[in-house]
Design a protein around this ligand. Structure first.
Ligand code: AHR
Length: 511
């Protein structure tokens, strides 16, 4: 049994909880769009062809912003094919995923869906097979007032009001040789600079995301960010980071410590961005858009070239277990721990393709295990992210050396007095006895806390997962946290091995 002592003080803060931390990603890939969010023949489809059962789960997940339409797909996408009367839209071959793209869902449809489920759309432009002109055209189509050709075409397609999309990604993973139109850092920096400049001429207030590295192991990592930002520093607000985690060669201990990689990734990108700021003599702070992250068993994927050309194929539909949910929960903790520099994050993807929501064509939709830590964190992280002081045992990992057994973050909402503590025990074998000291004074007044709820994702069978037949095999269940002591400022809980926890407290002044 390990021990973990956590001290919280609402005065020690990292930064605000950013709603966009709880973003997701819809790519035209596999069954994310077709038979995922969209299935006009489904008994539960709405008048636009979107599945209402999926929309309901998206709302429950608490997603705030959704990146679209890719991913690798965007780098060979002709957005014009996806607007206008559906019967007139051409069927194309998507080379990114060797799939038949019917274009029955496109920009307007996606925005309709996003507004309907109450999420902010975030758009990516194709800087792979296309470039500046098409990016401008798409921006005008989406955001300009009517009176010129592109927005008039939007109006003709049923959308008189501009879509007013605020966040735009300048391409996708342009550092990766797998990307259609892959570029060197210098080549990409030049295209991104010119595209950003033109887009800003249309709307100075857009939020632009430059492509960063596809993962921390890329040979160009660090240099890529420096070169891109040296050129685009004044023109962009965010730089992207992408990371997918899996147990490499069966190494589950390192897998459970994946948040270590994400932490180092963010720190390195921030250091590089701030180095560029220093050289430029600027106080501007470029933010990290962690706009693709998740667990993905890439060892099981044999590459795009191995794919048979099909329409809406079952592609990387990983089934997640308890360990995966705990890892996802710890990655969310890391994102919150870096809320001062991570402006947004998108779990990749939303439905079917490495996703928290799974569907069967014509059938049901259900929550994968990883749904639960996301939904609870999105629901209860409010106000300000605190900087806890943590003392705990360590676990040994091959990939990262010794790491803390327990990772923790907490948020405090000064409006309501609510405190939410998110904790993971990343040991596979040892429980941890948690002692949480919340004996801080808020505004000079000693504060007592009452436990609202302690939910945990844990199962003695860490390989347990959810299916359509057993959709609640793994679901959050009550933990044993209790507020102890006469002044109600200490909480204890047992954290079983491989477990994720959401502990909610509310404050009241000690009499
Ligand atoms: O999310 C799946 C793929 O992973 C995306 O298309 C790409 O951007 C990344 O490599």
């Amino acid at each position: 049994m390990g021990a973990a002592t956590v001290r919280l003080d609402p005065a020690f803060t990292v930064g605000p909880v950013r709603p966009r931390t709880f973003g997701s990603f819809v790519e035209h890939m596999g069954r994310c769009v077709y038979t995922g969010i969209y299935e006009p023949d489904h008994p539960g489809a709405d008048e636009l062809g979107f599945r209402t059962d999926v929309a309901q789960l998206v709302r429950e997940l608490g997603v705030t912003v959704v990146r679209y339409p890719g991913g690798n797909f965007v780098s060979n996408y002709r957005w014009e094919d996806g607007v206008g009367p559906k019967a007139d839209r051409p069927t194309q071959l998507d080379l990114a995923w060797r799939s038949v793209e019917t274009n029955q869902v496109g920009t307007d449809d996606f925005v309709d869906w996003a507004r309907g489920v109450g999420v902010e759309p975030m758009m990516a432009v194709n800087l792979g097979t296309r470039g500046l002109q098409e990016a401008i055209d798409l921006l005008l189509y989406c955001n300009a007032e009517t009176g010129t050709a592109w927005p008039d075409r939007r109006a003709k397609n049923g959308h008189t009001e501009p879509h007013d999309i605020r966040v735009w990604c300048l391409g996708n993973e342009m550092d990766g040789p797998w990307q259609m139109g892959h570029k060197t850092a210098e080549e990409y920096a030049r295209v991104a600079e010119e595209t950003a400049r033109a887009m800003r001429r249309i709307d100075e207030g857009l939020e632009l995301v430059a492509c960063g590295s596809s993962n921390r192991g890329m040979p160009t990592f660090g240099t890529w960010e420096r070169v891109v930002l040296e050129r685009c520093f004044d023109l962009v607000d965010h730089i992207s980071a992408h990371a997918y985690y899996e147990p490499v060669d069966g190494d589950v201990d390192s897998f459970l410590a994946s948040s270590e990689d994400m932490h180092r990734f963010i720190e390195s990108v921030v250091a590089t961005a701030d180095h560029v700021a220093t050289v430029k003599g600027s106080d501007k702070r470029i933010m990290v858009s962690f706009d693709e992250w998740n667990v993905w068993f890439q060892e099981r994927f044999h590459g795009e070239s191995s794919l048979e050309i099909r329409e809406a194929p079952e592609l990387i539909e990983d089934v997640y277990d308890v360990t995966d949910a705990v890892v996802v929960g710890s990655l969310l903790i890391t994102l919150l721990q870096h809320t001062d520099r991570v402006s947004m994050a998108c779990q990749a993807q939303l439905v079917n393709v490495i996703a928290p929501i799974a569907t069967r064509p014509g059938g049901g939709a259900w929550r994968q295990t990883i749904f639960h830590p996301f939904a609870l964190t999105a629901a209860y992280a409010r106000g300000t992210v605190l900087r806890p002081a943590v003392h705990c045992d360590q676990v040994q990992t091959k990939a990262f050396g010794p790491v803390d057994q327990v990772v923790v973050t907490a948020t405090h909402d000064p409006e309501t007095g609510d405190l939410a503590v998110f904790v993971v025990n990343r040991s596979r074998t040892e429980s941890a006895e948690l002692t949480l000291d919340v004996a801080a004074a808020v505004g000079g007044h000693p504060t007592a806390y009452a436990l609202v709820e302690h939910l945990q994702v844990h199962d003695d069978d860490t390989s347990a997962s959810n299916t359509e037949a057993q959709p609640d095999r793994v679901t959050p269940r009550p933990g044993d946290a209790a507020v102890v002591g006469t002044d109600s400022t200490t909480l204890t809980a047992t954290l079983p091995p491989t477990s994720w926890h959401c502990i909610r407290l509310t404050e009241g002044t000690v009499q």
